[in-house]
Design a protein around this ligand. Structure first.
Ligand SMILES: Nc1ncnc2c1ncn2[C@@H]1O[C@H](COP(=O)(O)OP(=O)(O)OP(=O)(O)O)[C@@H](O)[C@H]1O
Length: 434
């Protein structure tokens, strides 16, 4: 393909947040090219920097490092060729559907008569004919998101950026809107030359996109970039479709790493501290029991999402936790329980807590917190003291979430305790001094 068809090019784009010791790399040297005619889906776990990249591409944010080119020109400020549809509809409630769409045209300096004509045409094209004078509150979520699409398309963007546009909708509305967007895109009746869609949903990405770019986090980086060579309309149940979904799950869930890599280092020590996946222990035990009872020889991870009725993001966090605790191994999109995992799945509640306690004591972040508490007076510390210490390793919001996860896991295993009133974390077996 010639270079003429390149619309967007990111070269070594990095984003750092915070400052001083709290500085952290959210996006690390990302290279990405989007060409005319491509529908690219950007997938990855929460916090890998997908939204950050979209903001950089649309020019709402300047990258800390690296270059962004659009049609060969370095991007300065807002990207006039791109527009974005957000997860939540972001419509002005006091304006009608038509006025909401016209506003985007007004911002581009289109004069009133033309504005009206173009807005009516766009509203018609997204299937909202007859709702021009309705207010957002009178519309369903799916219809509101259609207005979001009409508004984004009003500026005739060459590059349409979608930030999880279907994830706030109910299942049926999401499915019908996906179909409508695909129809618009494939018909070539819109001036959009390329679509870049952030998604959490692997099936959705394989259903819609021509190319999948998979990211990982800590730091956010691209780990896979491959084409979806399936003709439209795609059949979700076809073996080719499922094989691609499976492969993508395999990449996102990663492969079991060596134990040292897997566990990372303790906060404050050289190396990366591995963030614990945010999961609920009952979801984890539920998944382990399900695999134990139904998939002795290993389970296809993508099938588990369906069987357990959970979304892929939650499932990937659960498989990550199972792997981190050595309850399971993951390979090529399959998860298999280890002997320890099987023992855990079969054990009584008390025995489970003991197994869990032995496992978490091996995790550097627990070793660190236990050592800190041991050397503290009365073996207890205020929540915010520990959080501040964790902020040396994680950004503040993340540090708080990590500490919540550590305390949840620690309480389940009866290794840690938390006193709500005094906001104190303590080593279990040591009652809080009053
Ligand atoms: N303005 C900011 N200041 C500090 N940290 C930020 C800021 N914006 C994002 N981050 C952090 O940067 C990392 C990447 O965030 P981003 O929202 O881009 O990820 P994401 O992949 O879109 O996540 P999600 O799927 O949960 O929306 C996260 O750790 C987040 O906490």
């Amino acid at each position: 393909m010639s270079n003429d068809s390149v619309l967007l090019e990111l070269k070594n784009v990095s984003q750092l947040y915070g400052s001083g010791e709290k500085r952290f790399v959210a996006v690390d040297k990302v290279n990405l090219t989007v060409r005319e005619g491509e529908y690219v889906a950007l997938l990855g776990p929460s916090g890998c920097g997908k939204s950050t990249l979209l903001r950089i591409i649309t020019g709402l944010q300047k990258a800390s490092e690296g270059d962004v080119f659009y049609r060969g020109q370095r991007l300065m400020g807002v990207n006039p060729y791109a527009s974005i549809v957000f997860q939540t509809f972001a419509l002005f409630p006091w304006l009608t559907v038509q006025e909401n769409v016209e506003l985007a045209l007004k911002a581009r300096g289109v004069e009133a008569d033309n504005r009206r004509r173009l807005a009516i045409d766009l509203i018609d094209r997204v299937g909202l004919d007859g709702f021009e004078n309705a207010y957002p509150r009178e519309l369903s979520g799916g219809m509101r998101q259609k207005v979001g699409f009409a508004r984004a398309m009003a500026v005739e963007p060459e590059l349409l950026c979608l930030d999880e546009p279907f994830s706030a909708l109910d299942v049926l509305s999401a499915e019908s809107l996906r179909g409508e967007l695909l129809e618009l895109w494939l018909s070539g009746n819109i001036p959009t030359r390329a679509i870049l869609m952030v998604s959490h949903n692997i099936e959705e990405a394989v259903f819609m996109a021509d190319r999948l770019v998979v990211m990982d986090k800590n730091p956010g980086r691209v780990v896979a970039d491959f084409e979806v060579n399936l003709p439209h309309p795609r059949q979700r149940k076809s073996p080719e479709f499922q094989a691609l979904v499976d492969r993508t799950y395999g990449i996102l869930a990663g492969q079991t790493m060596t134990e040292a890599e897997e566990l990372g280092s303790a906060p404050g020590e050289p190396g990366t501290t591995r963030a614990l996946p945010e999961i609920s222990i009952s979801d984890l035990t539920g998944m382990l029991e399900h695999i134990f009872e139904n998939h002795k020889d290993g389970a296809d991870i993508y099938r588990l999402a369906e069987e357990l009725s959970i979304d892929s993001d939650t499932l990937l966090r659960l498989t990550e936790a199972a792997e981190l605790l050595r309850f399971a191994t993951i390979q090529k999109g399959d998860i298999t329980l280890t002997v320890l995992g099987e023992t855990f799945a079969e054990a009584s509640i008390l025995a489970r807590k003991e197994i869990f306690a032995t496992r978490i004591r091996r995790l550097p972040i627990f070793r660190w917190i236990i050592n800190m508490l041991r050397s503290a007076e009365n073996q207890q510390l205020k929540w915010n003291v520990i959080q501040t210490a964790l902020e040396l390793e994680f950004p503040p919001e993340e540090a708080e979430k990590q500490l919540e996860t550590v305390v949840n896991w620690g309480r389940y295993a009866e290794v840690l305790g938390y006193d709500d009133k005094s906001e104190t974390i303590y080593l279990e077996s040591t009652p809080v001094a009053v």
